[in-house]
Design a binder for this molecule. Sequence first.
Ligand code: ATP
Ligand code: K
Ligand code: MG
Length: 674
Amino acid sequence: MFNQTPKMTDSLEVGSIVRQSFKRLSPQSLARNPVMMVVGTGTLVTALLGITHLTQGEPAALDFAICAILLFTVLFANGAESVAEARGKAQAGALRATRESLKARKIDIDGDRVREVPATTLRKGDRVLVKPNELIPADGEIVNGAATINESAVTGESAPVLREAGTDNSGVSAGTKVLSDDIVVEVTADPGNSLLDRMIALVEGAKRQKTPSELALSVLLAAMTLIFLIVVVTLVPFAGFVGADPSFSVLVALLVCLIPTTIGGLLPAIGIAGMDRAMRANVIAKSGKAVEVAGSIDTLLLDKTGTITLGDRKAIAFETVQGVAAGTLRDAALLTSLADPTPEGKSVVALARNQGSDVEASEGTDFIEFSASTRMSGIDMPDGRVLRKGATDAIRKFVTENGGHYPDETDRLVERVAKNGATPLVVAEADRVLGIIALSDVIKTGIKERFAKLREMGVKTVMITGDNPLTAAAIAAEAGVDDFVAEATPEQKLDIIRKEQAEGRMVAMMGDGTNDAPALAQADLGLAMNSGTQAAREAGNMVDLDSDPGKLLEVVEIGKQLLITRGSLTTFSLANDVAKYFAILPALFLSSLPALGVLNILNLSNPMNAVLAATIFNALIIPALIPFALKGVRYTPASATQLLRRNLLIFGLGGLLLPFPAIKALDLMLTVAL
Ligand SMILES: Nc1ncnc2c1ncn2[C@@H]1O[C@H](COP(=O)(O)OP(=O)(O)OP(=O)(O)O)[C@@H](O)[C@H]1O
Ligand SMILES: [K+]
Ligand SMILES: [Mg+2]
């Protein structure tokens, strides 16, 4: 049968991780990470020293031992990155394999012939026909028809969803299954350029870009490395002065113990794990920065219809103002909606026809399409009649401009409808208000709890809608947002974001419509609904496959987890390095400076073992912390200072103390073994 859902496998291959770790020993790879570059250079230097000593007939065992430990240090760091990548790649790879096996019914340019082609040959702009029970061959937008779709291949959620051409719900994804009706889908990405492909590229080493804060941290780590290099170099004359004579290999080992190898080795893995976690939450991040930014969001702006509410707005009633016959309003409402392709427009036609209206548009009629800036739609008829329906403020302006009077009674009708969160559309003929159409809408479930949690995390939620203030207030109260802005045009949405940003706040925006696209692009975090229009999905830097407004909660948690994990491991790493210094230095100089005996609390067996033990500990701590780097520190809502204090205590103190017993234990083992 045509395009059936294939089975997916998820595997984490040890062999490929080991291969990857060795591949990453290349100078180009190491150059991306200054700390590891130093360790790599140290490996080479100690190897050369060993060979030199060997050829001169001098003992070389210590050189080779240090060389081996340093090699493993780099391999462990590479391994951390490879393990992190493998998880994401396995998941994305399975999805990609599904897509590559798909076939498509491509529609020729002239539109009258359909050819069967492999999905991999589809390009941006191609149109394909998809029939019930078939898988959609590529990411795209429905340009013709409407269908219920099972998106479980992408979202894991099998409840069917409705996707329709010309609405804010026109987006479809490759691999999802059409359940009802034929649709025509316009492909939105060239091969290798879909959202998923971009996500895979992001997770894959070579193409991955460092985020600004990763870059800042890398610079800091490089500076620390330089400082310790200077410290170790100045130790040489000092050692000579007191009559100690540590070998060059020992100095290299000491240097590696002191520079921040732990965080240097785990830093890429932490970033990848963040993106991976987003992917597991069904959120596709277009950059690592997007995930990071999510951790510092102060304000969340949301569109109302389709984001907070289900958005499947349907006309449920007509209400006339005094002196207007029910039939007049019904017919006028029908006429304004005859060429209105929005779900709202279609539902008005359906309701009016249902109630017995049978008017048709006459020849020569001008149709005025709905736009987010006019917030009206309607028709100009050849007999001079001008009919409009639209948002309350838009119609008030329209009627007044035509020299008419906007009756107070309209406000009462509007209020009655809006109080319950329904959207009133006012219908007018030139200077006269005829009545209103009530559009029902339903809030998505579980939103209030989600917003309450966001508040706990310090994120302010603001609903921005083109709808009237009463409906907005009703929905805002029901959804539990902190604030709302009504009667907003797309430009105003943009201005509000700019203002928040100018006041130093980080802004997230969630939306689905083409009219949300500028705001999605302007926000620090633009989270687009996957069900939304291509413009919205293109403008955002994250796409939520589940199209769930509560998802920001998870995204913020993932971002905070990333930031806290990185901060904690940096603290741990630096504390660890300082501790190592004090753990091994006394042992190194004990023979020449007996006064150091008081500092030699560890009472290590001999200088050589002390250095080896410290270097082995330094290498082993990297793989030991991989699970932690990947899983992250669990985020619980708390103030920033509380979190900082807690982390400094656990990771700073832990980092300071851990090397002492660990190095002592390794020293004992070495004494027994050697
Ligand atoms: N087909 C239509 N014809 C006339 N007016 C409409 C139509 N659809 C919506 N409106 C009116 O325009 C207002 C703005 O609609 P739009 O979909 O642009 O809102 P928005 O800014 O995206 O905000 P939200 O999605 O939160 O409602 C609606 O609240 C409604 O009053
Ligand atoms: K170190
Ligand atoms: Mg909208």
